[in-house]
Design a protein around this ligand. Structure first.
Ligand code: ADP
Length: 533
């Protein structure tokens, strides 16, 4: 028997409708140099429809890919709605990838129009051989310069100036592609992920639930996670759905800018990479009274595990709580969120930190299991590691036109490539990425656990641990550390011996002035391995 319920598709136009009609007065604030510009959701909606009309005018049709190479700005956010609501596909490209990777991605996704920040125009000139399918380029801010390529280059404001504010968005099948994003390629060429309207709406709804970041109309969210990578963790859609104020850091922000933005806009929640949180901490340690960040109460840090030492520091110094989620490009990205169940809420603060240091509970509609090297499911005892397999309506079923899909799925489950454990009450802990786990004399050593302990040492600012080949043990950990003040190898070894089995403790420490970061701001272990080991 079939139900008799309305078969109303889940679509992004419903998010826009709600933002305009319920929260028309709420704002999107963008940093423009040392100024801030704000736009109400009502005006934003009008500009979104003008952009859809302008894109239709330059030839964008249902299913066409519109690439963006852009910072977190209002114009970029306009594309987040204008493109998918008209039935085209928003392909956000991470501008921090190498030019070869960007060229590969533009060609592979078959982008027909590119919306770019001014600093990306020279990059496109360099990539001219990859732009055969591109019909037009739009510069998102400022006057477009003269350029040498045989493709029209428009300024965004000129393009939408005369476009109509009316656009009757079609009803789309909810499985229509809404967005595309490529993995950052830390393990080979980037792989394409295609999000649907359905997956994007469900993921946004999930971010509004209690027990997750719980997007709330009363809050002001500073979205530092790049809009060019996994839809800024889905936060722009969730904020507009809930009527929350959106604060965007604009072009070329640096560490002190984020603190200044919090002070100027009274942002209450910060969303960004763990490494950005660490940069802000350093700024505040150097200039403790330079910024008034009293509005801030929560930081959602992700991309890698936030160390407990960071949680303690932010809580003690500024009363700021750190939340974390675990996920990946292929999962839109969020799969688990760290929150305290009632059984954990009454514990003392230090124990609560230890619970929150785990990656958290699987979200509603996320199924999860652990599988060992022999394909056997592992128990949820907090102690038996296995590769984490997941299923969810916002997890991919295959990569876009990529033969590597074969290796990433098993019996309808997505293999995340992360090794973890799960406690009996459902808390997931990511031990390591399978490729970063160190196998020494047949035993596993977690690079993540060593790094987080080292970052907790008062003399250490940053740390990254990778495997080095070893004739006797096959692999041994090597720690790369950036010092806050002078420490010796012996001190660090003694400190780690108090916390880990002695075979975990690296023999070799490399003291460096900074650690390389990936395009999404994580410590770049691939580069460390190739450069130093
Ligand atoms: P890529 O494009 O390189 O896949 P993603 O941004 O998708 O990059 O990163 C996904 C990976 O980042 C996960 O598989 C996991 O290893 C790591 N990761 C993300 N969030 C966390 C977290 N909170 N704790 C630990 N590891 C995390």
């Amino acid at each position: 028997m079939q139900s008799l319920m309305m078969d109303l598709p889940l679509q992004l136009k419903s998010v826009l409708w709600r933002a305009e009609n319920l929260y028309g007065h709420k704002e999107i604030i963008t940093r423009r140099g040392d100024q801030f510009e704000s736009c109400t959701f009502r005006d934003f909606g009008r500009r979104v429809r003008r952009l859809s009309n302008a894109l239709a005018e330059i030839g964008i049709r249902h299913g066409d890919r519109v690439g963006t190479l852009a910072w977190n700005t209002q114009e970029h956010l306009e594309a987040y709605f204008a493109v998918p609501c008209m039935g085209a596909v928003l392909h956000t490209i991470n501008s921090r990838l190498s030019p070869e990777q960007i060229g590969y991605i533009i060609t592979h996704a078959d982008d027909t129009v590119l919306l770019v920040s001014p600093d990306q125009v020279p990059v496109l000139i360099e990539l001219r051989d990859h732009l055969n399918g591109v019909k037009a380029v739009v510069q998102l801010s400022g006057e477009a310069p003269e350029w040498s390529l045989p493709i029209p280059l428009y300024s965004y404001e000129d393009l939408i100036a005369d476009a109509s504010e009316e656009y009757e968005y079609p009803d789309l099948d909810e499985n229509t592609a809404a967005g595309m994003c490529y993995t950052s390629g830390t393990t080979g060429a980037p792989k394409g992920v295609v999000y649907s309207h359905r997956s994007t709406v469900l993921h946004a709804l999930m971010l509004c639930l209690h027990g997750t970041i719980g997007v709330d109309e009363a809050e002001r969210y500073l979205l530092v996670t790049p809009m060019s990578h996994v839809n800024s963790w889905g936060m722009p859609y969730a904020c507009l759905l809930q009527g929350a104020t959106v604060v965007l850091p604009g072009e070329h922000p640096i560490g002190s800018d984020y603190l200044d933005i919090i002070e100027q806009t009274r942002a209450t929640v910060f969303v960004g990479a763990v490494t950005v949180g660490m940069i802000m901490r350093r700024e505040l340690e150097d200039n403790p009274t330079a910024f008034d960040i009293s509005s801030l109460h929560t930081m959602w840090l992700g991309g890698q595990a936030p160390p407990v030492s960071e949680m303690r520091w932010w809580k003690k110094q500024f009363g700021v709580s750190i939340a974390q989620a675990w996920g990946m490009t292929e999962a839109s990205p969020v799969l688990t969120f760290s929150s305290l169940t009632t059984a954990n809420r009454d514990r003392d603060e230090e124990e609560r930190f230890q619970v929150l240091a785990r990656q958290g509970l699987p979200l509603p509609l996320v199924e999860i299991k652990l599988v060992d090297d022999h394909g056997n499911e592992q128990p949820w005892d907090g102690n038996s590691p296995g590769e984490i397999y997941v299923r969810s309506p916002w997890v991919i079923s295959e990569y876009y036109d990529d033969i590597r899909s074969r290796d990433s799925f098993a019996g309808g489950w997505f293999r995340t490539g992360d090794i973890g454990t799960i406690t009996s009450d459902g808390y997931v802990e990511v031990v390591d990425r399978a490729k970063d786990l160190i196998k020494s004399g047949g035993e596993w050593i977690s690079s993540v656990a060593l790094e987080n302990a080292l970052i907790g040492h008062p003399g250490i600012q940053e740390a990254s641990v990778v495997a080095a080949p070893d004739p006797k043990w096959i692999e041994r950990p090597v720690a790369f550390v950036v010092q806050r003040h002078h420490v010796t190898t012996d001190e660090l070894r003694t400190y780690l011996k108090e916390r880990f089995p002695s075979f975990w403790v690296p023999e070799r420490f490399e003291f460096v002035s900074s650690l390389p970061k990936t395009s999404v701001g994580k410590f770049d272990k691939k580069l460390l391995r190739s450069q130093f080991v």
